[in-house]
Design a protein around this ligand. Structure first.
Ligand SMILES: Nc1ncnc2c1ncn2[C@@H]1O[C@H](COP(=O)(O)OP(=O)(O)OP(=O)(O)O)[C@@H](O)[C@H]1O
Length: 799
């Protein structure tokens, strides 16, 4: 008989009971088989039909008996013994249930065949592969599967099954390299394997060849469409692959994640291959990657998973971060090959569970991303504990507690000495990789072994670096010795009054209405105040700060990424208002503009914040809003950031001109235009303040102090008093605060109505009936200093 059915390229079945059921059903030689498990064959449809009638994907099946059992129709089919046995192996896994099984669930989107056995196939020439796939596969897989440690089996069996199903389905799909649906991305490798060579998108990957990567890795990178390595990748990958400890410095957005990610995954692949050949069991995780923020940890995971999607065999990558369930993370850690973690949560999990520590003791790589940030401030203590714990030799079960917590018992000294010796022995197995866009010069030299670490206290960063116990003097790879800033970044500075920042922020955003902007502030409270203020002004703004729960943080990033609200709100692109929690590492596509609402506290923060735009080969603009009081810190900051470029250019001096010559241009926004925006900003501010004052309730002083802090002025300053932040001139702080709190619903409604009215009007420039539209600030930045928005003609105003 022949049955046909249109089978879509379905989502790979989730792991766990459901999938196991399907596998179980294929155990017997002749038995009822689910529709999906039948050996469907593609029916060739002439290309000219182009699936017009939905026939694309037609399949047929032979040799199947249809048996009616009551109301149920069963398909009886012969199943090859070998295949049934292969699937049986997967059945033996007695691990997690569906709901709590992080490994398969997290990797469901990855959908690679985690079976190490597949690596062999990836290195086989195309023709051989075809034969092995069509004829030999079941037997080979059966043999290889038996060699796998049990923990790796569920993924293997499940993924094998998924992949087989997908392959069948894909055969019936129109073949395009670009996945139409993220779920389809998961099996790109398989998909490409099946394409006739001529249909594969041709990417010249020759520039990767000198890096001596495996063909499967190059093929996987090709699927990301990265035709050549970035400078840091070219320089760092060979050093890491040669087994060195490496310190990598390269500007923001220059591909540092893959600079360490590619060699880490290559190493996992070859270790998996060796294990398979030697029939050895997996010995815990391969790499621990530490990141200073949760968002960055997630992003690194996604980035590495994207790379692994193109591999026939992939490591299990998990992230361990605060704000997520601890128990679940512990279970993930038992089977993880690559762990990406924030130090706080990593230490929490490690210190409370010896098996977690055991699985990380034999890592081949310890990676510190954004290392200069990671080894500072809040992460210091946990990072130190983690380094110490990794170097601590394994001890007998009953001694473990003593080692973890310390003890006063006799012989402790002796034990410590012994363990120090063992520690050194242990450390030599692990490569340490340290990456950032910013390292201070002293530190760079010390890291490169040119001078010695001199820790003045146990709170010193150098003390922590000593704790890293490099196996050798690390190789220092500097991909941007002269410039710290991204190549295609334009930097501007707008001077404005301390109390005018909201106004100038709005003006800058209005001049760039179609640009995706990231606004950085120095405090959580500023984010809380500015987000509703911008929303009141009809701009789609999303908040991001450490006071938000993790889900809300991720949601804000997602909404910003999706440019949500852009259509709803006058076509304006989305705006993310954030603290420095978003400054490091976040790789959000198409951010065109970064605005520093507050001058950052440190030069490196300026570099990292600005680095959220102009990533990879894209261009972008960074604008710093600078109040009179911030002028000096700004000059210092700019001098530091561009210092090396200055030296190169032979410049000296310490005046404002230096700011300009060193890459940061001052921008004079036309004050007439700004004045036209003032009324609406004041109204929006009044509304936002009233809402905030009501929410804050009686915490009057707190509220005022925080507001003063946001504006960068003293609580008792005359400016705050004079400007009457909460409304008209000369009003007292307390009185205005009270007014804001006591504002009735009706008053608030009428303010809103007035603002709505203003927002509906065009901005008359005062020259003619012209109104404000968009302006390409980056274009203006091309001009000479001071030429910026001073001329009406240069405003990009439309009739
Ligand atoms: N070889 C390559 N070719 C083109 N694009 C690449 C290449 N390698 C990485 N990218 C892309 O460049 C972007 C920036 O990469 P990544 O996030 O690793 O930068 P980074 O140097 O770590 O930046 P930051 O210092 O801000 O953390 C990413 O979107 C990444 O996918």
């Amino acid at each position: 008989m022949a049955v046909d059915k249109k089978r879509k390229n379905t989502k790979a079945p989730a792991s766990g009971p459901k999938r196991r059921k399907t596998q179980q059903s294929s155990k017997q030689i002749k038995r009822p088989v689910s529709v999906d498990a039948l050996a469907w064959k593609t029916v060739d449809i002439p290309e000219m039909f182009d699936d017009a009638e939905g026939f694309f994907g037609l399949e047929e099946i032979n040799g199947v008996d249809i048996v009616k059992d009551g109301d149920v129709v069963k398909f009886m089919a012969a199943v090859p013994k070998s295949e049934a046995e292969v699937e049986d192996d997967g059945e033996e896994f007695g691990g997690f249930d569906d709901e709590e099984t992080p490994k398969p669930a997290e990797n469901a989107d990855q959908e690679v065949e985690t079976s190490e056995s597949k690596g062999e196939a990836a290195n086989t020439p195309a023709k051989e592969k075809k034969v092995s796939k069509d004829q030999k596969k079941p037997k080979e897989q059966q043999k290889q599967q038996k060699q796998q440690p049990k923990k790796e089996q569920p993924n293997k069996a499940a993924n094998k099954k998924n992949s087989e199903d997908k392959k069948k389905a894909r055969k019936n799909e129109k073949t395009t390299v670009e996945p139409k649906d993220p779920e389809l991305e998961t099996d790109l490798f398989t998909k490409l394997e099946e394409l006739p060579e001529s249909e594969e998108e041709e990417i010249d990957m020759s520039e990767w060849v000198p890096l001596d990567l495996s063909p499967r890795m190059i093929s996987s990178i090709a699927k990301l469409k990265f035709s050549k390595p970035t400078v840091i990748q070219s320089k760092a990958i060979p050093e890491i692959m040669a087994g060195h400890d490496v310190i990598g410095k390269a500007s923001t957005g220059s591909g540092k994640t893959l600079a360490f990610g590619i060699p880490v995954i290559e190493s996992w692949l070859s270790a998996a291959e060796t294990r398979k050949q030697n029939k050895e069991e997996r010995q815990g995780a391969t790499a621990l990657i530490l990141s200073p923020t949760r968002e960055l940890a997630q992003q690194i995971r996604d980035h590495l998973q994207a790379l692994c999607k193109g591999l026939p065999t992939a490591p299990y990558i998990c992230s361990v971060l605060g704000g997520m369930a601890v128990q679940k993370q512990k279970r993930q850690l038992q089977v993880a090959d690559i762990v990406i973690a924030t130090p706080g949560r990593m230490w929490e999990v490690m210190s409370s569970d010896n098996s977690v520590l055991a699985s990380l003791r034999n890592i081949s790589f310890l990676v510190l991303d954004e290392a200069d940030r990671l080894l500072k401030d809040g992460h210091f203590k946990e990072a130190e504990e983690i380094f110490k714990a990794l170097d601590r030799p394994p001890v007998e079960e009953n001694n473990e507690d003593q080692k973890m917590g310390g003890t006063d018992e006799e012989g402790q000294e002796e034990e410590e000495e012994e363990s120090e010796e063992e520690e050194e022995e242990h450390v030599n197995k692990r490569q340490t990789l340290i990456f950032s866009a910013t390292f201070n010069k002293n530190l760079q030299q010390k890291l490169a072994g040119k001078s010695k670490f001199k820790a003045t206290s146990t709170q010193d960063m150098e003390y922590l670096l000593q704790k890293l116990n490099f196996r050798e003097t690390p190789k220092f790879v500097d991909a941007n010795p002269v410039h710290q800033m991204a190549e295609n970044l334009k930097e501007g500075l707008i001077m404005c009054g301390d109390m005018e920042k909201d106004l100038y922020l709005y003006a800058t955003l209005m001049l760039q209405p179609t640009r995706r902007a990231l606004v950085f502030t120095n405090s959580v409270n500023s984010v809380r105040r500015l987000t509703p203020l911008l929303e009141n002004l009809n701009l789609p703004a999303f908040p991001l700060h450490s006071g938000m729960i993790q889900q809300a943080r991720l949601r804000s990033i997602d909404r910003f990424k999706a440019n949500e609200g852009a259509k709803k709100k006058n076509g304006s692109a989305a705006i993310l208002v954030a603290t420095d929690v978003a400054a490091r590492g976040l790789d959000i596509p198409d951010v065109d503009l970064v605005i520093h609402y507050h001058v950052p506290r440190a030069a490196e923060d300026y570099v990292h914040r600005s680095g959220r735009t102009a990533r990879a080969s894209n261009s972008g603009t960074s604008i710093l809003l600078c109040g009179p009081k911030e002028a000096v810190p700004t000059q210092r900051l700019v001098a530091k950031v561009h210092a090396q470029a200055e030296v190169k250019a032979g410049n000296s001096g310490n005046n404002t001109k230096k700011l300009v010559s060193s890459g940061l241009r001052t921008i004079d926004i036309d004050r007439r235009i700004v004045a036209k925006l003032r009324e609406r900003v004041d109204l929006a501010k009044k509304i936002a303040d009233a809402v905030q004052a009501k929410t804050m309730g009686g915490k009057e002083d707190d509220w005022m102090k925080k507001a003063a802090e946001d504006l960068g002025v003293d609580y008792d300053s005359e400016e705050l008093e004079k400007a009457g932040k909460w409304g008209g001139k000369g009003s007292s702080k307390k009185q205005k605060q009270k007014e804001a709190q006591q504002m009735s619903k009706g008053e608030l409604a009428s303010l809103r109505a007035a603002l709505r009215d203003l927002l509906s009007k065009r901005i008359n420039t005062g020259v003619s009936e012209r109104y404000l539209t968009g302006l390409d600030v980056s274009e203006l930045l091309k001009g000479e200093q001071g030429l910026f928005l001073g001329q009406v003609d240069g405003l990009g105003l439309d009739d």
